[in-house]
Design a protein around this ligand. Structure first.
Ligand SMILES: Cc1cc2nc3c(=O)[nH]c(=O)nc-3n(C[C@H](O)[C@H](O)[C@H](O)COP(=O)(O)OP(=O)(O)OC[C@H]3O[C@@H](n4cnc5c(N)ncnc54)[C@H](O)[C@@H]3O)c2cc1C
Ligand code: SF4
Length: 336
């Protein structure tokens, strides 16, 4: 079913946008709900950084760990039960997840609640958590340290040319170092983007046909063909309003966003994950067999030969980034 309305948009709070994957619309929604003593459910990385999991957040400080896409399947645990307890206690709840997680919650609850708001993301698919753990341990072994933080969508190069930012702490000295790996060079991102490591249901995603969220948020891929004036390189979201409840929530936060209404067709033209599942590659079976039997080093040699970025482009990217960072520092950016 087509949404009621579609928008290109982003938060006017620059610093929050820089730590979000696209236009920080999720944070705007969450802040609004928190201001009304509501509860937010979303996904954070676990303390050891080996997995992703749902968590319950009650204040702005807690939102920091929810920001940004975690490209692996998140553990749901007892989240649906906790959501029901909050709703039964008459609390306002914003649940944020993939389409299948929103549908799962709705089936679990079995009835409508006026105070439940659901936002999902356009979803390409989720990689296997076992692969993530193997990759994380390999990165630790190479660096001789412990993974302390991860940003799958670091915008230092740009929103579209994103990379992984990993914080590793040395075992001996406890000194922390940040590493940046462009998505074209990172083997985990390459396995994800080549669709080798997705969960079986992602190749036949039912949630693309049965949409139960009130709003959907996504990256506005193809923005330059639709509304180039909405692309300043720091991340633009596509916002789809699916229900009247979603429309009302959006109306309540719209003053904090820079917006342009677009047609649904234009909004999703470069984002096929909205309406179709990705194709299961022929290598998927052997990939999973090898994942269980091979070291990560061998796995990446076999499945993730990285894209060679020409030297000229790398220099261009670096210079562009340095200019952007300097301009951002001079401008100061709006604070939260
Ligand atoms: C696995 C995955 C696949 C995606 N595929 C696409 C795609 O194909 N096309 C597209 O346009 N956008 C995709 N997105 C969405 C996009 O990356 C942004 O998350 C979205 O645009 C919201 O960005 P934001 O800046 O508003 O907020 P952000 O702060 O970046 O969004 C964070 C929100 O995402 C949720 N989240 C993070 N990781 C997970 C996870 N593993 N499982 C469930 N929820 C999670 C958090 O709970 C939080 O609510 C995907 C996101 C994920 C997590
Ligand atoms: S692609 Fe579909 S099944 Fe896979 S995680 Fe996303 S919503 Fe769920």
């Amino acid at each position: 079913m087509e949404p009621i309305k579609a928008y290109a948009g982003y938060s006017i709070k620059d610093n929050i946008r820089m730590s979000s994957s696209s236009g920080a619309v999720f944070s705007s929604l969450a802040e609004y709900v928190l201001e009304r003593q509501g509860i937010i459910y979303g996904v954070k990385m676990s303390a050891d950084c080996y997995s992703a999991e749902f968590t319950r957040v009650v204040d702005s400080a807690g939102l920091v760990k929810l920001r940004g896409s975690k490209y692996l399947q998140a553990k749901v645990g007892s989240t649906y039960k906790q959501v029901r307890e909050d709703l039964e206690a008459d609390k306002l709840v914003l649940f944020s997840g993939t389409g299948c997680q929103v549908n799962g919650l709705k089936f679990f609850l079995g009835k409508d609640y006026d105070k439940l708001l659901c936002v999902d993301v356009i979803c390409h698919g989720v990689p296997s958590p076992a692969l993530w753990k193997k990759y994380a341990q390999y990165q630790e072994q190479k660096a001789g340290g412990k993974l302390k933080g991860i940003n799958f969508r670091c915008k230092d190069d740009s929103w579209t040319e994103f990379g992984m930012e990993e914080v590793l702490e040395a075992i001996q000295s406890a000194e922390q170092k940040k590493f940046y790996i462009s998505k074209d060079k990172d083997s985990y991102m390459q396995m994800f983007l080549r669709d080798y490591c997705l969960r079986p249901s992602c190749y036949e995603c039912v949630a693309k046909k049965i949409k139960m969220a009130d709003l959907t948020i996504a990256d506005f891929w193809g923005i330059n063909d639709v509304a180039p004036e909405m692309n300043d390189g720091n991340g633009t979201s596509l916002i789809l309003l699916r229900t009247d409840k979603g429309r009302k929530l959006f109306e309540a936060i719209r003053n904090g966003l820079k917006l342009k209404e677009v047609s649904y067709e234009a909004g999703v033209r470069s984002n096929p994950a909205e309406y179709k599942s990705c194709i299961r590659p022929p290598q998927r079976e052997s990939f999973f067999d090898d994942m269980h039997g091979m070291s990560f080093e061998k796995l990446e040699k076999k499945y993730a030969e990285t894209i060679k970025v020409p030297f000229k482009n790398r220099v261009k990217r670096k210079v562009k980034n340095m200019i952007k960072v300097t301009l951002r520092k001079l401008g100061g950016g709006q604070s939260a």
